[in-house]
Design a protein around this ligand. Structure first.
Ligand code: ZN
Length: 384
């Protein structure tokens, strides 16, 4: 029984008390009245009470506007009392909440369903949730076709594995059956797979995933920054160049003068450099600090080697302990840059610590990488 009906009943009771009626008869009358109201529908329905009391109905019309919010029930509730309206709203809220309640991280992030076959670039683990901390369920080998069932908002891909959903990052997938190409001659010959989307600012280029000789970024510009004397290769992609200008300008405001040294290098330029290093240091040593052609981030137009006068404009690990190098390591991410080859991650990146090599990945990813302390390979899940 609702409050509204109580109010109607008690109004009638008060009217009865205003009459001159003996107490016993009053009790009987009340009982009779109660029975009458019961039969009239005071307890079984509200329409009669409302219809019999215009003022109450008109007072409650405003409240009945709530019915409009309650969707399909609103027609029924238009003829009901205010309190059933409230019940209706509660019921509807409960109905609304149930399907929206997140079941898994993937649901929370939102999945756009797709149905297509894609191919892995390299051997990668697949995980139980679309996040790099999630548990590894198994590994998919390189160049294997995978059944993609959805894309998740954060760049992860939902796949079907052993009839259950699993997740890998799109950085390691290609829409087309992937190519391999072989670089070098003689003992240097080695197979690499081709990066599927070299224009992507989050693209991974490493010793497993390479760019083709004919990949040239379209929007190369020269950033307006101070340059080291020996600098050449002064171009970067437009977005990265702007971010570099902002980074250097902020450093200058803090009293640190950074110098640009090496930006975009073509496949051919990298080839010449690598062969030169091999001739001077031998192949195995050269591989630890110089990328083979196609494997260099400098070919993406998103990398810049930087230095400072405090290390005479050289590219040296000493740069990391200079004031300029320290400042860069703490602030680069705010402008979308990361130290791509950090200390103690040589086994993962395949390169020695290079505090001078900055890679543009955008502020969001750079911040995630800075805060997590992960390399791109770890973050995107190439490494278990
Ligand atoms: Zn570099």
């Amino acid at each position: 029984m609702t409050e509204g009906n109580h109010r109607n009943c008690s109004e009638k009771k008060i009217c009865a008390n205003h009459g001159i009626i003996p107490k016993k008869e009053l009790i009987l009358l009340i009982l009779l009245l109660g029975l009458t109201l019961f039969i009239a529908g005071c307890d079984t329905g509200n329409n009669n009470v409302n219809n019999g009391n215009g003022e109450v109905v008109s007072e409650e019309d405003e409240d009945q506007n709530n019915g409009e919010e309650t969707g399909e029930n609103s027609n029924d509730e238009d003829t009901e009392d205010e309190d059933p309206d409230d019940e209706g709203i509660d019921q509807d809220e409960a109905d609304d909440e149930e399907p929206e309640a997140p079941q898994t991280l993937a649901d929370e992030l939102g999945i756009q369903e797709t149905d297509q076959t894609m191919y892995t670039l390299v051997a990668i683990p697949y995980r139980e949730d679309p996040i790099h901390e999630a548990e590894v369920l198994g590994e998919i080998s390189a160049k294997e076709p995978v059944e993609v069932t959805g894309t998740v908002a954060n760049g992860w891909i939902q796949i079907k594995r052993d009839d259950s959903p699993a997740y890998i990052h799109q950085a390691f997938l290609s829409e087309e059956e992937i190519e391999t190409f072989t670089w070098g001659t003689g003992q240097m010959e080695e197979e690499m797979v081709i990066l599927s989307d070299p224009e992507d600012i989050e693209a991974i280029v490493n010793k497993q995933i390479a760019l083709t000789p004919d990949f040239h970024p379209e929007d190369l510009v020269q950033p307006e920054v101070p340059w080291a004397e020996v600098s050449n290769f002064r171009y970067m992609r437009r977005e990265a160049a702007k971010a570099l200008e902002d980074l250097f300008a902020e450093a200058a405001e803090e009293g640190y003068t950074l110098l640009g040294r090496t930006g975009y290098r073509s496949f051919e330029a990298q080839e010449n450099i690598f062969i030169n290093f091999v001739n001077n240091h031998g192949y195995e040593e050269a591989r630890t600090f110089s990328a083979k052609p196609g494997q260099s981030e400098h070919q993406t137009g998103l990398a810049m080697d930087i230095t400072a006068d405090s290390v005479e404009g050289r590219l040296t690990s000493d740069f990391g302990s200079t004031e300029e190098g320290q400042w860069v390591s703490e602030n680069a991410h705010l402008h979308g840059y990361i130290i791509r080859y950090p200390r103690n991650k040589e086994e993962i990146t395949g390169y020695i610590y290079e505090p001078w090599h900055l890679r543009y990945v955008g502020v969001d990813l750079a911040t995630d990488l800075y805060e997590s302390g992960l390399t791109m390979e770890e973050y995107f899940g190439q490494i278990k």
